[in-house]
Design a protein around this ligand. Sequence first.
Ligand code: PLP
Length: 392
Amino acid sequence: MKRPIYLDYQSTTPPDPRVVEAMFRAYRYGYGNPHSSHHWHGKEAADAVERARAQIAALIGAKPTEIVFTSGATEANNLAFEGIASWLANQGRTHVITCVTEHKCVLQAAERLAIKHGFRKVSVLPVQPDGTLSLEQLEREIQPDTGLVSIMAANNEIGTLHPLADIARICERHGVLFHTDAAQAAGKIDFDVSTLGLSFASLSSHKIYGPSGIGALYVNRAYRGKLSPMVVGGGQERGTRSGTLPTQLCIGFGEACAIAAQEQAVESQRLKGLRERFLDNLHSLKEVLINGSLDQRLPGNLNLSFAGIDAEALLMKVRDDLSLSSGSACSAELLEPSYVIQALGFGQDRAESAIRIGIGRFTTKEEIDEACEILISAVHDMRPLYRNYAGC
Ligand SMILES: *Cc1c(COP(=O)(O)O)cnc(C)c1O
Protein backbone atom coordinates (compact mmCIF):
# COMPACT_ATOMS: atom_id res chain seq x y z
CA MET A 1 0.00 0.00 0.00
CA LYS A 2 1.13 3.51 -0.82
CA ARG A 3 1.78 5.61 2.28
CA PRO A 4 -0.81 8.30 2.84
CA ILE A 5 0.21 11.90 2.20
CA TYR A 6 1.37 13.51 5.44
CA LEU A 7 -0.43 16.79 6.13
CA ASP A 8 -0.13 17.03 9.90
CA TYR A 9 3.03 19.11 10.31
CA GLN A 10 1.68 21.08 13.28
CA SER A 11 1.26 17.84 15.18
CA THR A 12 4.83 16.74 14.56
CA THR A 13 7.35 16.86 11.73
CA PRO A 14 9.39 14.06 10.20
CA PRO A 15 13.00 14.41 11.34
CA ASP A 16 15.19 15.91 8.62
CA PRO A 17 17.59 13.28 7.17
CA ARG A 18 20.50 15.60 8.04
CA VAL A 19 19.32 15.55 11.66
CA VAL A 20 19.03 11.77 11.64
CA GLU A 21 22.54 11.51 10.19
CA ALA A 22 24.03 13.72 12.94
CA MET A 23 22.18 11.76 15.62
CA PHE A 24 23.19 8.43 14.14
CA ARG A 25 26.88 9.37 14.41
CA ALA A 26 26.30 10.53 17.97
CA TYR A 27 24.50 7.32 18.99
CA ARG A 28 27.35 5.31 17.54
CA TYR A 29 30.31 7.22 18.97
CA GLY A 30 29.18 10.03 21.24
CA TYR A 31 28.17 7.94 24.24
CA GLY A 32 30.04 9.68 27.03
CA ASN A 33 28.08 11.31 29.85
CA PRO A 34 28.28 15.03 29.13
CA HIS A 35 28.48 15.68 32.87
CA SER A 36 31.57 13.44 33.25
CA SER A 37 33.69 15.91 31.40
CA HIS A 38 36.86 15.10 33.37
CA HIS A 39 37.50 12.28 30.87
CA TRP A 40 37.80 12.29 27.11
CA HIS A 41 34.44 10.70 26.27
CA GLY A 42 32.55 12.94 28.65
CA LYS A 43 34.32 16.03 27.36
CA GLU A 44 33.48 15.11 23.78
CA ALA A 45 29.79 14.75 24.67
CA ALA A 46 29.83 17.97 26.70
CA ASP A 47 31.35 19.85 23.77
CA ALA A 48 28.66 18.47 21.45
CA VAL A 49 25.90 19.51 23.85
CA GLU A 50 27.33 23.02 24.10
CA ARG A 51 27.60 23.26 20.33
CA ALA A 52 23.93 22.30 20.12
CA ARG A 53 23.01 24.85 22.78
CA ALA A 54 24.79 27.52 20.74
CA GLN A 55 22.90 26.48 17.57
CA ILE A 56 19.56 26.72 19.40
CA ALA A 57 20.49 30.09 20.89
CA ALA A 58 21.60 31.38 17.48
CA LEU A 59 18.26 30.48 15.88
CA ILE A 60 16.38 32.74 18.30
CA GLY A 61 18.96 35.47 18.94
CA ALA A 62 19.66 34.35 22.52
CA LYS A 63 22.89 33.71 24.42
CA PRO A 64 23.79 30.03 24.94
CA THR A 65 23.61 30.56 28.71
CA GLU A 66 19.94 31.55 28.32
CA ILE A 67 18.95 28.12 26.96
CA VAL A 68 17.72 25.45 29.41
CA PHE A 69 17.17 22.01 27.91
CA THR A 70 13.84 20.32 28.71
CA SER A 71 11.98 17.27 27.42
CA GLY A 72 9.88 19.43 25.09
CA ALA A 73 7.69 22.50 24.95
CA THR A 74 5.22 21.00 27.44
CA GLU A 75 7.89 20.83 30.11
CA ALA A 76 9.29 24.22 29.09
CA ASN A 77 5.84 25.81 29.48
CA ASN A 78 5.41 24.14 32.86
CA LEU A 79 8.87 25.24 33.97
CA ALA A 80 8.18 28.86 33.05
CA PHE A 81 5.02 28.93 35.20
CA GLU A 82 6.10 26.70 38.07
CA GLY A 83 9.60 28.10 38.12
CA ILE A 84 8.67 31.74 38.49
CA ALA A 85 5.60 31.21 40.73
CA SER A 86 7.34 31.55 44.10
CA TRP A 87 9.33 34.58 43.10
CA LEU A 88 6.18 36.35 41.90
CA ALA A 89 4.06 35.22 44.85
CA ASN A 90 6.68 36.51 47.30
CA GLN A 91 6.13 39.97 45.86
CA GLY A 92 2.37 39.63 45.99
CA ARG A 93 2.12 39.50 42.21
CA THR A 94 -0.45 36.77 42.01
CA HIS A 95 -2.36 37.55 38.84
CA VAL A 96 -1.52 35.90 35.54
CA ILE A 97 -2.96 36.54 32.08
CA THR A 98 -3.15 34.08 29.22
CA CYS A 99 -5.45 33.40 26.28
CA VAL A 100 -8.20 30.91 25.46
CA THR A 101 -6.47 29.51 22.34
CA GLU A 102 -3.24 28.57 24.15
CA HIS A 103 -2.02 24.98 24.18
CA LYS A 104 -3.57 22.95 27.03
CA CYS A 105 -0.24 22.72 28.83
CA VAL A 106 -0.15 26.51 29.17
CA LEU A 107 -3.78 26.73 30.27
CA GLN A 108 -3.33 24.02 32.88
CA ALA A 109 0.01 25.35 34.09
CA ALA A 110 -1.69 28.75 34.55
CA GLU A 111 -4.59 27.19 36.49
CA ARG A 112 -2.08 25.45 38.75
CA LEU A 113 -0.71 28.80 39.86
CA ALA A 114 -4.07 29.41 41.50
CA ILE A 115 -4.47 25.87 42.81
CA LYS A 116 -0.93 25.21 44.07
CA HIS A 117 0.66 28.61 44.55
CA GLY A 118 -2.23 30.66 45.86
CA PHE A 119 -2.44 33.02 42.91
CA ARG A 120 -5.40 35.39 43.16
CA LYS A 121 -6.59 35.13 39.58
CA VAL A 122 -5.94 33.61 36.18
CA SER A 123 -7.39 35.75 33.38
CA VAL A 124 -8.02 33.87 30.15
CA LEU A 125 -8.47 36.40 27.37
CA PRO A 126 -10.93 35.68 24.55
CA VAL A 127 -9.93 36.02 20.90
CA GLN A 128 -11.58 37.87 18.05
CA PRO A 129 -13.35 35.87 15.30
CA ASP A 130 -10.12 35.64 13.28
CA GLY A 131 -8.19 34.27 16.25
CA THR A 132 -6.26 37.46 17.00
CA LEU A 133 -6.09 39.22 20.36
CA SER A 134 -7.30 42.66 21.26
CA LEU A 135 -4.23 44.45 22.61
CA GLU A 136 -6.47 47.06 24.27
CA GLN A 137 -8.24 44.31 26.14
CA LEU A 138 -4.93 42.77 27.17
CA GLU A 139 -3.70 46.07 28.53
CA ARG A 140 -6.99 46.73 30.37
CA GLU A 141 -6.68 43.32 32.03
CA ILE A 142 -3.32 44.17 33.60
CA GLN A 143 -3.65 44.97 37.31
CA PRO A 144 -1.11 46.25 39.84
CA ASP A 145 -0.58 42.64 41.01
CA THR A 146 -0.18 41.12 37.54
CA GLY A 147 3.06 39.16 37.44
CA LEU A 148 3.06 37.23 34.18
CA VAL A 149 1.49 37.33 30.72
CA SER A 150 1.70 34.20 28.57
CA ILE A 151 0.65 34.49 24.92
CA MET A 152 1.76 32.01 22.27
CA ALA A 153 3.77 33.10 19.23
CA ALA A 154 1.90 30.95 16.69
CA ASN A 155 -1.18 28.86 17.30
CA ASN A 156 -0.90 25.13 16.60
CA GLU A 157 -4.42 24.74 15.19
CA ILE A 158 -5.22 27.91 13.28
CA GLY A 159 -1.67 29.22 12.84
CA THR A 160 -2.54 32.66 14.18
CA LEU A 161 0.54 34.81 14.82
CA HIS A 162 0.34 37.14 17.80
CA PRO A 163 2.14 40.53 17.74
CA LEU A 164 4.84 39.62 20.27
CA ALA A 165 6.74 42.91 20.04
CA ASP A 166 3.57 44.90 20.83
CA ILE A 167 2.64 42.58 23.69
CA ALA A 168 6.20 42.78 25.06
CA ARG A 169 6.01 46.58 25.00
CA ILE A 170 2.75 46.54 26.94
CA CYS A 171 4.24 44.12 29.48
CA GLU A 172 7.35 46.21 29.86
CA ARG A 173 5.32 49.39 30.39
CA HIS A 174 3.56 47.70 33.32
CA GLY A 175 6.57 45.81 34.67
CA VAL A 176 5.03 42.41 33.88
CA LEU A 177 7.00 39.32 32.80
CA PHE A 178 6.17 37.93 29.37
CA HIS A 179 6.34 34.26 28.42
CA THR A 180 5.60 32.95 24.93
CA ASP A 181 5.03 29.40 23.74
CA ALA A 182 7.08 29.51 20.53
CA ALA A 183 6.85 25.78 19.71
CA GLN A 184 5.25 26.54 16.32
CA ALA A 185 7.13 29.76 15.61
CA ALA A 186 10.86 29.38 16.19
CA GLY A 187 12.48 28.15 12.99
CA LYS A 188 9.39 28.81 10.91
CA ILE A 189 8.95 32.56 11.07
CA ASP A 190 11.23 35.39 12.22
CA PHE A 191 11.56 34.97 15.94
CA ASP A 192 14.34 36.88 17.65
CA VAL A 193 14.30 37.24 21.43
CA SER A 194 16.99 39.93 21.37
CA THR A 195 14.67 42.35 19.58
CA LEU A 196 11.35 41.16 21.03
CA GLY A 197 12.03 41.69 24.73
CA LEU A 198 10.73 38.43 26.18
CA SER A 199 11.26 36.98 29.64
CA PHE A 200 10.74 33.32 28.64
CA ALA A 201 10.11 31.35 25.45
CA SER A 202 9.34 27.65 25.02
CA LEU A 203 10.71 25.61 22.12
CA SER A 204 10.08 22.10 20.83
CA SER A 205 12.47 20.09 18.66
CA HIS A 206 9.96 17.75 17.01
CA LYS A 207 7.99 20.66 15.55
CA ILE A 208 11.04 21.76 13.57
CA TYR A 209 12.29 18.49 12.05
CA GLY A 210 14.33 17.47 15.10
CA PRO A 211 13.86 14.44 17.39
CA SER A 212 10.95 14.30 19.85
CA GLY A 213 11.61 14.21 23.57
CA ILE A 214 13.61 17.40 23.68
CA GLY A 215 12.92 21.12 23.79
CA ALA A 216 14.15 24.16 25.62
CA LEU A 217 13.12 27.11 27.70
CA TYR A 218 14.74 30.39 26.81
CA VAL A 219 15.25 32.27 30.07
CA ASN A 220 16.20 35.92 29.76
CA ARG A 221 19.34 36.30 31.88
CA ALA A 222 17.59 38.86 34.09
CA TYR A 223 15.34 36.05 35.39
CA ARG A 224 17.61 33.00 35.54
CA GLY A 225 18.36 33.47 39.22
CA LYS A 226 14.67 33.87 40.00
CA LEU A 227 13.55 30.58 38.48
CA SER A 228 13.11 27.63 40.87
CA PRO A 229 13.74 24.17 39.42
CA MET A 230 10.85 21.73 38.95
CA VAL A 231 13.21 18.76 38.81
CA VAL A 232 15.98 18.61 41.39
CA GLY A 233 18.89 16.24 41.70
CA GLY A 234 22.34 16.41 40.16
CA GLY A 235 22.15 20.15 39.55
CA GLN A 236 22.57 19.99 35.78
CA GLU A 237 21.60 23.01 33.66
CA ARG A 238 23.12 25.14 36.43
CA GLY A 239 20.55 23.82 38.86
CA THR A 240 17.52 24.81 36.78
CA ARG A 241 16.75 21.31 35.52
CA SER A 242 18.49 18.25 36.90
CA GLY A 243 19.00 15.04 34.95
CA THR A 244 21.59 13.72 32.51
CA LEU A 245 21.23 15.53 29.22
CA PRO A 246 20.38 13.26 26.28
CA THR A 247 23.44 14.10 24.18
CA GLN A 248 22.09 12.62 20.94
CA LEU A 249 18.77 14.43 21.24
CA CYS A 250 20.57 17.69 22.00
CA ILE A 251 22.71 17.20 18.88
CA GLY A 252 19.63 16.50 16.75
CA PHE A 253 17.78 19.52 18.12
CA GLY A 254 20.83 21.72 17.52
CA GLU A 255 21.20 20.48 13.95
CA ALA A 256 17.47 21.08 13.32
CA CYS A 257 17.88 24.66 14.53
CA ALA A 258 20.95 25.25 12.36
CA ILE A 259 19.08 24.00 9.28
CA ALA A 260 16.02 26.10 10.10
CA ALA A 261 18.15 29.22 10.58
CA GLN A 262 19.69 28.64 7.19
CA GLU A 263 16.55 27.78 5.21
CA GLN A 264 13.62 29.44 6.98
CA ALA A 265 13.38 32.59 4.83
CA VAL A 266 13.17 30.72 1.52
CA GLU A 267 11.15 27.82 2.91
CA SER A 268 8.44 30.00 4.42
CA GLN A 269 7.81 31.56 1.00
CA ARG A 270 7.55 28.11 -0.57
CA LEU A 271 5.09 26.98 2.10
CA LYS A 272 2.98 30.08 1.61
CA GLY A 273 2.86 29.25 -2.09
CA LEU A 274 1.71 25.68 -1.36
CA ARG A 275 -0.94 27.00 1.01
CA GLU A 276 -2.28 29.33 -1.68
CA ARG A 277 -2.22 26.49 -4.19
CA PHE A 278 -4.24 24.35 -1.78
CA LEU A 279 -6.90 27.05 -1.44
CA ASP A 280 -6.98 27.73 -5.20
CA ASN A 281 -7.47 24.02 -5.86
CA LEU A 282 -10.60 24.02 -3.69
CA HIS A 283 -12.30 26.88 -5.54
CA SER A 284 -14.93 24.55 -7.02
CA LEU A 285 -16.17 23.54 -3.56
CA LYS A 286 -18.87 25.71 -2.09
CA GLU A 287 -18.95 26.90 1.49
CA VAL A 288 -15.38 26.33 2.49
CA LEU A 289 -14.73 28.52 5.51
CA ILE A 290 -11.24 29.50 6.59
CA ASN A 291 -10.73 29.38 10.36
CA GLY A 292 -8.29 31.99 11.62
CA SER A 293 -6.70 34.98 9.97
CA LEU A 294 -5.12 34.34 6.55
CA ASP A 295 -2.95 37.37 6.94
CA GLN A 296 -1.47 36.80 10.42
CA ARG A 297 -0.75 33.14 9.92
CA LEU A 298 1.96 30.51 10.00
CA PRO A 299 2.96 29.81 6.38
CA GLY A 300 2.42 26.03 6.60
CA ASN A 301 -1.00 26.07 8.23
CA LEU A 302 -4.58 26.02 6.99
CA ASN A 303 -7.71 25.27 8.94
CA LEU A 304 -10.92 24.79 7.01
CA SER A 305 -14.53 24.03 7.80
CA PHE A 306 -16.48 22.36 5.01
CA ALA A 307 -20.05 23.39 5.80
CA GLY A 308 -22.31 20.44 6.55
CA ILE A 309 -19.45 17.96 6.88
CA ASP A 310 -18.51 16.27 10.13
CA ALA A 311 -14.72 16.53 10.38
CA GLU A 312 -14.28 13.16 12.11
CA ALA A 313 -16.27 11.39 9.40
CA LEU A 314 -14.26 13.15 6.70
CA LEU A 315 -10.96 12.18 8.31
CA MET A 316 -12.10 8.55 8.56
CA LYS A 317 -13.15 8.55 4.92
CA VAL A 318 -9.80 9.82 3.62
CA ARG A 319 -7.46 8.20 6.12
CA ASP A 320 -6.00 5.61 3.75
CA ASP A 321 -4.81 8.50 1.60
CA LEU A 322 -4.31 11.51 3.86
CA SER A 323 -2.90 11.92 7.36
CA LEU A 324 -4.83 14.93 8.66
CA SER A 325 -6.22 16.06 12.00
CA SER A 326 -9.23 17.96 13.18
CA GLY A 327 -7.21 19.84 15.78
CA SER A 328 -4.53 19.24 18.35
CA ALA A 329 -3.43 15.65 18.93
CA CYS A 330 -4.82 15.80 22.46
CA SER A 331 -8.36 16.81 21.51
CA ALA A 332 -8.34 14.45 18.49
CA GLU A 333 -8.13 11.54 20.95
CA LEU A 334 -11.18 12.82 22.80
CA LEU A 335 -13.15 13.20 19.56
CA GLU A 336 -14.35 16.53 20.84
CA PRO A 337 -14.62 19.57 18.60
CA SER A 338 -11.62 21.82 19.02
CA TYR A 339 -11.79 24.36 21.85
CA VAL A 340 -9.65 26.66 19.71
CA ILE A 341 -12.20 26.77 16.87
CA GLN A 342 -15.03 27.08 19.37
CA ALA A 343 -13.28 30.10 20.86
CA LEU A 344 -13.66 31.91 17.52
CA GLY A 345 -17.36 32.12 18.34
CA PHE A 346 -19.00 30.69 15.20
CA GLY A 347 -20.81 27.93 17.04
CA GLN A 348 -20.53 24.20 17.42
CA ASP A 349 -21.23 23.24 13.77
CA ARG A 350 -18.28 25.17 12.47
CA ALA A 351 -16.02 23.60 15.12
CA GLU A 352 -17.30 20.12 14.33
CA SER A 353 -16.48 20.52 10.67
CA ALA A 354 -12.97 21.97 11.09
CA ILE A 355 -9.91 20.21 9.74
CA ARG A 356 -6.31 21.31 10.03
CA ILE A 357 -3.95 21.07 7.07
CA GLY A 358 -0.30 21.15 8.10
CA ILE A 359 2.14 21.68 5.23
CA GLY A 360 5.89 21.38 5.72
CA ARG A 361 9.42 20.85 4.45
CA PHE A 362 8.78 17.59 2.61
CA THR A 363 5.40 18.49 1.11
CA THR A 364 5.43 18.74 -2.70
CA LYS A 365 3.14 20.52 -5.17
CA GLU A 366 2.05 17.12 -6.47
CA GLU A 367 1.00 16.07 -2.98
CA ILE A 368 -1.02 19.27 -2.55
CA ASP A 369 -2.84 18.65 -5.82
CA GLU A 370 -3.52 15.01 -5.04
CA ALA A 371 -4.69 15.82 -1.50
CA CYS A 372 -7.12 18.41 -2.83
CA GLU A 373 -8.60 15.99 -5.36
CA ILE A 374 -9.14 13.44 -2.62
CA LEU A 375 -10.77 16.00 -0.34
CA ILE A 376 -13.02 17.42 -3.05
CA SER A 377 -14.27 13.99 -3.99
CA ALA A 378 -14.84 13.02 -0.34
CA VAL A 379 -16.77 16.22 0.37
CA HIS A 380 -18.93 15.71 -2.75
CA ASP A 381 -19.70 12.16 -1.63
CA MET A 382 -20.63 13.23 1.87
CA ARG A 383 -22.61 16.37 1.33
CA PRO A 384 -25.89 14.87 0.13
CA LEU A 385 -26.06 13.02 3.45
CA TYR A 386 -26.68 16.26 5.24
CA ARG A 387 -30.33 17.17 5.06
CA ASN A 388 -29.88 20.72 6.27
CA TYR A 389 -27.08 21.57 3.90
CA ALA A 390 -28.27 23.98 1.23
CA GLY A 391 -25.07 24.67 -0.65
CA CYS A 392 -24.83 22.17 -3.55
C1 PLP B 1 3.47 20.76 20.21
C2 PLP B 1 3.21 21.95 21.03
C3 PLP B 1 3.46 21.94 22.40
C4 PLP B 1 3.97 20.72 23.12
O1 PLP B 1 5.30 20.47 22.73
P1 PLP B 1 6.01 19.08 23.09
O2 PLP B 1 7.44 19.33 22.71
O3 PLP B 1 5.34 18.04 22.26
O4 PLP B 1 5.87 18.87 24.55
C5 PLP B 1 3.19 23.09 23.10
N1 PLP B 1 2.72 24.19 22.49
C6 PLP B 1 2.50 24.24 21.18
C7 PLP B 1 1.99 25.49 20.56
C8 PLP B 1 2.72 23.11 20.40
O5 PLP B 1 2.47 23.16 19.09
